[in-house]
Structures are given as structure tokens and as C-alpha cells.
Design a binder for this molecule. Structure first.
Ligand SMILES: *[C@@H]1O[C@H](CO)[C@@H](O)[C@H](O)[C@H]1NC(C)=O
Ligand SMILES: *[C@@H]1O[C@H](CO)[C@@H](O)[C@H](O)[C@H]1NC(C)=O
Ligand SMILES: *[C@@H]1O[C@H](CO)[C@@H](O)[C@H](O)[C@H]1NC(C)=O
Ligand SMILES: *[C@@H]1O[C@H](CO)[C@@H](O)[C@H](O)[C@H]1NC(C)=O
Ligand SMILES: *[C@@H]1O[C@H](CO)[C@@H](O)[C@H](O)[C@H]1NC(C)=O
Ligand SMILES: *[C@@H]1O[C@H](CO)[C@@H](O)[C@H](O)[C@H]1NC(C)=O
Ligand SMILES: *[C@@H]1O[C@H](CO)[C@@H](O)[C@H](O)[C@H]1NC(C)=O
Ligand SMILES: *[C@@H]1O[C@H](CO)[C@@H](O)[C@H](O)[C@H]1NC(C)=O
Ligand SMILES: *[C@@H]1O[C@H](CO)[C@@H](O)[C@H](O)[C@H]1NC(C)=O
Length: 544
């Protein structure tokens, strides 16, 4: 055990002792649209997208498919979106603008306003209104669009602050926004050979600037500058982890001084994707396997190390908590992702046996001891296909969506998994006790900068050891959180516990330049997060 691991274990044990319980909190309003995609866009707002169907929330006399959720009032504001955002991706640029891209080419009979979304670029500029009033989505489909149509793509911010866009149907290629290579796409042999189970490829910007990608049961490291794909070992035991065999994947927290990257991939299915659809059933057990790899020369030689979740999960969500633990939540124990993909359905969905109790994964504990659902509450709302989850700036976990049907389906007798517009938060124990506070940060902070901010620390928190986490909260859809990242910062508090000094990551490869939320954790009790932009806040380069 190294020092950080030991520190982590100690802090986890301290936080477990005497803390109150985790709780689900059902909100007093609904999301109005199915939260199929969700991303935090300000201290108070979550931007949600659905497909353009028949959602109850209205705008301009038709159903909305984009909306803002206000974390303070639970109010929902419909957004006017032009193109179909069904199964799109999204990420934040270096200058703070949010970009949603790709989606469905189709319209919808009940919603004449809809335009094809498969080449769409939708820009949500930083919006200062805490309630979302006046915030808009900018689209100009004719003049601002992707090079190629992309449905089920992923997108991550890279070291120059632009976005790399990966896949998907029908495009086994990469492109960038703003464009590189004169707007040409880069064909990917890896994506080509992982068809048909490679939708929403799970990708992470590594701390050396290269990109790790896992799809189906294969993984590579892609070097953006050299344009090369280096194959890594396959996921063991035939387990597939991308749509329609959705497992989830996460880059474990990065810590100074070495920022050694490790990837954890959980759930999915061991079914061979070549199996005829008629032979697939919603009752086939999903995989409980998690596979973990350290992306160093030695780690790659060792390959994937296998461990198991408490339950099988198809479509699990995995998100970072500010203390470095990983929350695993949602999904089902049997079946597959997608809608009407095979014959033995539940309603029109491919999965069954919802998993209603979340699990914590503690990366620093020994193999075999890392999963626990002790003290975890159980929800009574299944969150199956088309749901989303995100950590909020307040430090709790926002949970929305689920709609394994082709249309908006109201609850009715015999409908096991209706279109779900109820929103819950999963509240960690620290939401119910006096918490440390972190003062406001400058709007932008350069790489390598040493920053001192005022803090308050409740007397009950006796430790002088702090954890300061720099987080991208990610864009959530299809059991993946595009762009999600946690980098621990070197930090110490003043002897009188009134100020905190921390050092930003050394360069734009450790944390791609752009928006971040910083949390302070003392004795396992986490502050409300404070937002800033890491780097200059300048727009990404245009390299046409
Ligand atoms: C919505 O419908 C109402 C009543 O038919 C009409 O008065 C109004 O102008 C319409 N609004 C829009 C934005 O189309
Ligand atoms: C719902 O709860 C929020 C937060 O407690 C409160 O601000 C809001 O007024 C409530 N809204 C309704 C419609 O009850
Ligand atoms: C949309 O929903 C309304 C009721 O909410 C229903 O009357 C209408 O038929 C639906 N349209 C479609 C195309 O499903
Ligand atoms: C993609 O894979 C198919 C076989 O599945 C092969 O015929 C084709 O040449 C490949 N294309 C590229 C661009 O690698
Ligand atoms: C990965 O998938 C391929 C194609 O289905 C299969 O041949 C191979 O055995 C799998 N690899 C492992 C390690 O299970
Ligand atoms: C599919 O099911 C049929 C009939 O149940 C069976 O004969 C066949 O072997 C199955 N194929 C696969 C690939 O599982
Ligand atoms: C669902 O929507 C499609 C159009 O996208 C329509 O053709 C179909 O009839 C709808 N099904 C139901 C059950 O409303
Ligand atoms: C706390 O200590 C810092 C120096 O570390 C000092 O600048 C500050 O004035 C002290 N604050 C209080 C309230 O004593
Ligand atoms: C950020 O950069 C993008 C891409 O160049 C641009 O579309 C957007 O308007 C910029 N946002 C701000 C706030 O300047």
C-alpha cells in the first residue's frame, strides 16, 4: 500500500464510522421529458435531452425534447431544440460552452417540428441565469454540423480543449470539434472490427494525452498526434461492454505525482454479439464482471484483473464521488440494452430485473474487498434503458430517466417500465451534517498555479488531512459518462483551518483545459463544489 492508498483507506474508515445513512430523495416535480442524457452546465442547472417524441413538457405547441432542471427549485424549463437529440453525445469545451452532437436521422409523426439530428451540433453557451431563464441552445444545421452522420457516438475533451468524437453507427471513424485534418474524418480499424457491439465507445483522455478506448470486448490506446491505434488485451471471459451490451467504464481517480491511469470496466454481457436476435432474451443473466487495468507498460503486460460486483448488471452507471470512491447504480440483472432488439421482451425493452440498490467501489482496498452496499438505500424506481445519473455541484447524485420503449409511454396496468419522469437524488451521509465550505474561485485558473482560498471546517472534523478533487462531472447517457474525470490536487489547510492552498495539475494532458468543479473533503465530509475553468478559458484551436 502506498501512502495515498493508506490515507484513502483511513479516511474511508473514518467516514464510515458514526456517519448517518445514504438516502434516496424523490423530488416534488418531474423532469417533463425523459432524462435520456444529462450534464451539469452551471452551479444550479442540469441540461437534459430526450428523443423527440411525445413527452409531456411542451414548447411552441409541441412536445419538448430538451430542458433545464433547476437544482434549487426542481423547476423545469423547456428548451427549443431543432434537431433530434436521440442517442446523442455531449461534452464541455475549453471555453465553457457545452456541445451536444449527433443523434437520430428520423423525425416523429406526433412532432412535426423535428429536424434530423444525426449530423447535428447543438451549442449551449455558458448561461449565468441561476434559473435557466433566457438560456438557449444554438443550432444552425445547414452551416454548423459534423462531417459525418453519427448515432450513438461518444465525445471527450482532449489536451487542446477541443472534442474528439468517436463512432458510431454508421461511422467507424473519429472526428474533432472544432475540426482538425481539414474537416476529414479518421477511419478507425478498431471501431470497424468491434461492430456490432461498439456503440457509445467508452473513451478516456489519458494523462499523457493519448486516448484509451474500449468497445465490445476489445481495447486500444489511440495516439491522436501520431494517428496510431495500439491494441491492448481483450476483456476476459467474452464479456462485452458497449451498446447493446452496455457495461460501464471509468477512469479511476488520478493522483499526483505520477497520475498513473487505471481503467475499471463493469457489467455488460458475455453473450456473443453474433447471436441471432431471435435467440436473445430479456431473461439472460448479465455479467457481474469488473475488469481493471493499469495503463503502464507493466500493467498492460499483467492485463485485466477480474473482480465481481455484488449483482450482475446490464446498463450500470459508474460515477466518481469526490472522496475517490466509485458509485455503481441502476441497470438490470438480465437482458440487454436497446429497444425491441430481440424477441423475448418486457414490454418493448430488452432487459429485466432492475437493480435498485447502489454499490460503492473503493479502488484502494485489496481485491475482493472493494464492493459494498452496506448502509445503501433501495429505490423503488427501476432505471433501465435511457436513463442518466450525475454528481451535482451540491455533492449529491441526481438520477433521472428510463424509457425502454420506442414512444413516450405513460404508466398503465401491464406497463412494467413506463417512460420515467420522476427524479431522485441519492444523498450521501455528508448531506445531513455540518459540512466544510470552500470559498469562491477565480473564473479561470492556469495549469500549475498554486491557489489559496478561504475555507470553513466544522469543529467536529478533527483531521488536518484534506482531499481536494478537481472533477469533470461528465455527460451521462447509455451507462457512460463522457469526459468524467477526477484529479486529486496536492493541498493543505492552514494551521488555523481558515484557508486552503492547493496546486493545479501540471499540464493540459492531466486535466484537459476546461470547466471543473472542485470539492474539499475533510474526515470524509465533502463540501459543496465550486466551479472554475482550468486553463485560460480560451476557445479550442481551429486547425482546418
Ligand atoms: C400555440 O397555439 C396557440 C393556440 O392555438 C396560438 O395562439 C399560439 O400562437 C401558438 N404558439 C406558437 C408558438 O405556435
Ligand atoms: C419543490 O421543492 C423545492 C426544494 O425544496 C422548492 O423550492 C419548491 O418550491 C418545491 N416546488 C413545488 C412545486 O412544490
Ligand atoms: C401523444 O400523446 C397524446 C396524449 O398524451 C396522444 O393523444 C397522442 O396520440 C400521442 N401521439 C403519438 C404520435 O403517439
Ligand atoms: C472493416 O471490416 C470489414 C470486415 O468486417 C472489412 O471488409 C473492411 O475492409 C474494413 N474496413 C476498414 C476501413 O478497415
Ligand atoms: C472477444 O470476442 C471475439 C469475437 O466474438 C472472440 O473470438 C474472442 O474469444 C473474445 N475474447 C475473449 C478474451 O473472450
Ligand atoms: C438459436 O435458437 C435456435 C432454436 O432455438 C437454435 O437451434 C440455434 O442453435 C440457436 N443459435 C444460437 C447461435 O444460439
Ligand atoms: C410509436 O411511434 C412510432 C413513430 O416513431 C409510431 O409509428 C408507432 O405507431 C408508435 N407506437 C405506439 C404504440 O404508439
Ligand atoms: C490564519 O492563518 C493565516 C496564515 O496561515 C493568516 O494569514 C490568517 O490571518 C489567520 N486567520 C485567522 C482568523 O487567524
Ligand atoms: C467557445 O468555442 C466554441 C467553438 O469555437 C464557440 O462556438 C463558442 O461560441 C465559444 N463560447 C464562448 C462562450 O465564447
Amino acid at each position: 500500500m502506498n501512502f495515498l492508498t493508506l490515507l484513502f483507506v483511513t479516511l474511508s474508515l473514518l467516514s464510515a464510522a458514526g456517519a448517518s445513512q445514504w438516502r434516496f430523495d424523490l423530488k416534488n416535480t418531474t423532469s417533463g421529458i425523459v432524462a435520456l442524457e444529462a450534464i451539469v452546465v452551471s452551479p444550479t442547472l442540469i441540461l437534459m435531452f430526450d428523443r423527440a417524441t411525445n413527452d409531456t413538457l411542451q414548447i411552441n405547441n409541441h412536445s419538448a425534447w430538451g430542458a433545464l432542471w433547476n437544482l434549487e427549485s426542481n423547476a423545469v424549463t423547456a428548451l427549443n431544440v431543432l434537431t433530434n437529440s436521440f442517442c446523442a453525445s455531449g461534452a464541455l469545451l475549453s471555453n465553457g460552452s457545452m456541445v451536444s452532437m449527433g443523434g437520430d436521422a428520423r423525425g416523429f409523426a406526433g412532432n412535426p417540428a423535428i429536424q434530423p439530428g444525426n449530423q447535428a451540433i447543438r451549442i449551449f453557451e455558458p448561461c449565468a441565469s441561476p434559473t435557466g431563464e433566457g438560456c438557449t441552445v444554438f443550432e444552425d444545421p445547414e452551416n454548423l454540423h459534423l462531417a459525418r452522420p453519427r448515432w450513438y457516438p461518444s465525445s471527450i475533451r482532449i489536451f487542446d480543449g477541443s472534442l474528439m468524437i468517436l463512432g458510431a453507427t454508421p461511422e467507424n471513424s473519429f472526428e474533432f470539434f472544432p475540426p482538425k485534418d481539414g474537416g476529414e474524418v479518421r477511419p478507425s480499424p478498431f471501431l470497424n472490427r468491434t461492430v456490432p457491439a461498439n456503440l457509445f465507445p467508452r473513451a478516456f483522455a489519458l494523462p499523457d494525452g493519448r486516448v484509451f478506448i474500449v468497445a465490445n470486448n476489445q481495447s486500444i490506446i489511440y495516439d491522436i498526434e501520431a494517428g496510431t491505434e495500439t491494441p491492448l488485451p481483450e476483456i476476459p471471459n467474452g464479456v462485452r461492454v458497449t451498446n447493446p451490451m452496455d457495461g460501464s467504464a471509468i477512469l479511476l481517480p488520478l493522483s499526483p505525482p505520477n497520475y498513473t491511469p487505471e481503467v475499471l470496466v463493469c457489467g455488460g454481457s458475455a453473450t456473443d454479439p453474433a447471436t441471432p436476435a431471435a435467440n436473445l432474451s430479456s431473461q439472460t443473466p448479465a455479467s457481474s464482471q469488473c475488469s481493471r487495468i493499469m495503463l503502464t507498460e507493466e500493467g498492460i503486460k499483467r492485463g485485466w484483473v477480474v473482480e465481481h460486483m455484488i449483482e450482475e448488471r446490464i446498463m450500470p452507471e459508474m460515477i466518481h464521488l469526490p472522496n475517490g470512491q466509485i458509485l455503481i447504480i441502476n441497470g438490470g440483472r438480465t437482458g440487454y440494452a436497446a429497444v425491441r432488439y430481440h424477441r423475448k421482451l418486457v414490454g418493448e425493452g430488452n432487459a429485466d430485473h432492475p437493480v435498485l440498490t447502489p454499490v460503492l467501489y473503493t479502488p484502494g482496498l485489496p481485491l475482493g474487498e472493494r464492493f459494498s452496499n452496506k448502509g445503501m438505500p433501495t429505490s423503488d424506481i427501476p432505471r433501465m434503458y435511457h436513463s442518466s445519473v450525475t454528481l451535482t455541484p451540491q455533492g449529491n447524485v441526481w438520477v433521472g430517466g428510463s424509457n425502454p420503449s420506442p414512444n413516450f409511454t405513460l404508466p398503465a396496468p401491464g406497463v412494467k417500465f413506463p417512460s420515467e419522469v420522476r427524479i431522485e437524488t441519492l444523498d450521501p451521509p455528508y448531506m445531513f451534517v455540518e459540512r466544510p465550505t470552500l470559498g469562491d474561485l477565480p473564473p479561470t485558473i492556469p495549469f500549475g498555479a498554486k491557489v489559496t482560498v478561504p475555507i470553513t471546517v466544522p469543529r467536529a472534523l478533527s483531521s488536518d488531512v484534506v482531499q481536494v478533487s478537481l472533477m469533470d462531472l461528465g455527460f451521462s447517457t447509455h451507462a457512460f459518462h463522457s469526459g468524467a474525470r477526477l484529479v486529486f490536487l496536492n493541498a493543505r489547510m492552514s494551521a488555523n483551518r481558515t484557508s486552503l492552498t492547493f496546486t493545479m495539475p501540471p499540464n493540459s494532458r492531466v486535466y484537459p483545459p476546461g470547466p471543473a468543479t472542485i470539492f474539499l473533503t475533510v474526515n470524509g465530509i465533502t463540501s459543496v463544489g465550486v466551479q472554475t475553468i482550468v486553463g485560460s478559458g480560451a476557445p479550442p484551436p481551429i486547425m482546418e
